[in-house]
Design a protein. Structure first.
Length: 135
């Protein structure tokens, strides 16, 4: 993925998340704010709750298709639940590689993947950067 395509993915994801949270809407091919939800910009706790509630609806934007389809595209809800359970189970930052493993363990047993090579599976070593659990 090039830097510009990675930036486009992130921008698309943010727009789809804002639309799922009903902060933005499209009309005539243009993005417009949803006026009744503009008040959320001054209420960070409500905004956070609204965005969190929209997470289950952004699966297609998160799991964009590539050379091979992601298992997560079929099991987004299961993977999201596993991810959130892992984050809620701790009060310290969690390495991204741990989050990757949790989602993989939740989703991959549903499929027979024994004959696929690591490159076909898209297995890569996740960076060791940590993420906050939101506390």
């Amino acid at each position: 993925m090039t830097k510009s395509s990675e930036e486009l993915y992130h921008l698309t994801l943010l727009v789809e998340w804002a639309k799922a949270a009903r902060l933005l809407r499209t009309a005539g091919g243009r993005l417009l704010p949803v006026k009744k939800n503009a008040r959320l910009l001054d209420r960070p706790d409500e905004l956070r709750g609204t965005l969190f509630a929209a997470l289950p609806r952004i699966g297609p934007a998160v799991t964009v298709s590539g050379r091979l389809e992601s298992l997560l595209s079929h099991e987004y809800g299961r993977g999201l639940r596993a991810l959130l359970q892992r984050l809620y189970a701790t009060t310290v930052p969690v390495p991204l590689s741990d989050l990757h493993d949790v989602v993989w363990q939740a989703v991959s047993p549903l499929y027979v993947l024994d004959d696929l090579s690591p490159d076909r599976l898209g297995i890569c070593v996740a960076p060791t950067t940590t993420t906050s659990n939101g506390s």
